[in-house]
Ligand binder design. Structure first.
Ligand code: KIV
Length: 271
């Protein structure tokens, strides 16, 4: 029997057990009650209330503008929906960088006001002190390395990270630092598959990849991308399971036609 099938509520311990047993971990983003309910009922292991809400929900070009209060709004909607998944919330840009006391306060505010189970921070050695300080409050922390979208203006592009040996070595060192600091898991984004596999093999904590190949311990995608609600974003790592952009556009077009032609509402659709 898989760990996945046995548990009523996924915890950080369950995720660790899944890694030990070689059972892959599934993770998707959600930002609202209705979608989170469907994703949770489908049996996802982790729901990430990602700061990608800044792009997907608010239409910003980057993840930088979203605020702590906006993240709490999204997270509390997801918490009200999910009964089984572990809910991880991104600490947004500007709420933790360079100040471990502020990181702790931001993490406490998220946990207190949303009811989520863990927070995620981007970065390596430079966030070590923040990770350790947040953990003193008993808040589980997930790391995020590779392409870290909050640093997009430093990178300059969204291309694959750590292709060169020096950056790959730095990423491996950062992964070890995060594990030693007490992170319960790590997201690695857009890195070569061989490097993803190496990191997952070297660490005892689960390593979840997005564009990091099949050798990691689990996969995460942005929900709106995997169901095709977004249609202009087509990276190689993305598998689309539905084409909801086209389906919804078609349905709305049909509705408009029905209204204009007086086909809707018909006799059975009125009082
Ligand atoms: O914000 C987000 O959606 C993320 C995932 C891409 C891992 O951090």
């Amino acid at each position: 029997m898989s760990v996945h099938k046995e548990v009523k509520r996924v915890t950080t311990h369950v995720l660790h057990e899944m890694k030990v047993r070689g059972e892959k971990i599934s993770m998707l983003t959600a930002y609202d009650y209705t979608m989170a309910k469907i994703i949770d009922h489908a049996g996802i292991d982790i729901i990430l209330v990602g700061d990608s809400a800044s792009n997907v929900m608010a239409g910003h070009e980057t993840t930088l503008p979203i605020t702590l209060d906006q993240m709490i709004y999204h997270a509390s909607s997801v918490v009200r929906a999910a009964e089984r998944a572990l809910i991880v919330v991104d600490l947004p840009f500007g709420s933790y960088q360079g100040n471990s006391k502020e990181a702790l306060n931001s993490a406490i505010k998220i946990m207190k006001e949303s009811g989520a189970h863990a927070v995620k921070l981007e970065g390596g050695k430079e966030i070590k002190e923040s990770v350790e300080r947040i953990l003193t409050a008993g808040i589980p922390v997930m790391g995020h390395l590779g392409l870290t979208p909050q640093s997009i203006y430093k990178f300059g592009t969204y291309t694959v990270r750590a292709k060169e040996e020096e950056e790959a070595q730095r990423l491996i060192e950062d992964a070890h630092v995060l594990e030693k600091s007490g992170c319960f898991g790590l997201v690695v984004e857009k890195i070569p598959a061989k490097l993803g596999e190496k990191v997952a093999k070297e660490l005892e904590i689960p390593v979840i990849g997005i564009g990091a190949g099949g050798g990691v311990d689990g996969q995460v995608l942005v929900f709106h991308d995997m169901v095709g609600l977004t249609h202009e974003f087509n990276p190689r790592f993305l598998r689309r399971y539905l084409s909801l952009y086209d389906d919804i556009k078609g349905a709305v077009g049909q509705y408009i036609k029905d209204v204009k032609s007086r086909d809707f509402p018909n006799a059975g659709e009125q009082y």
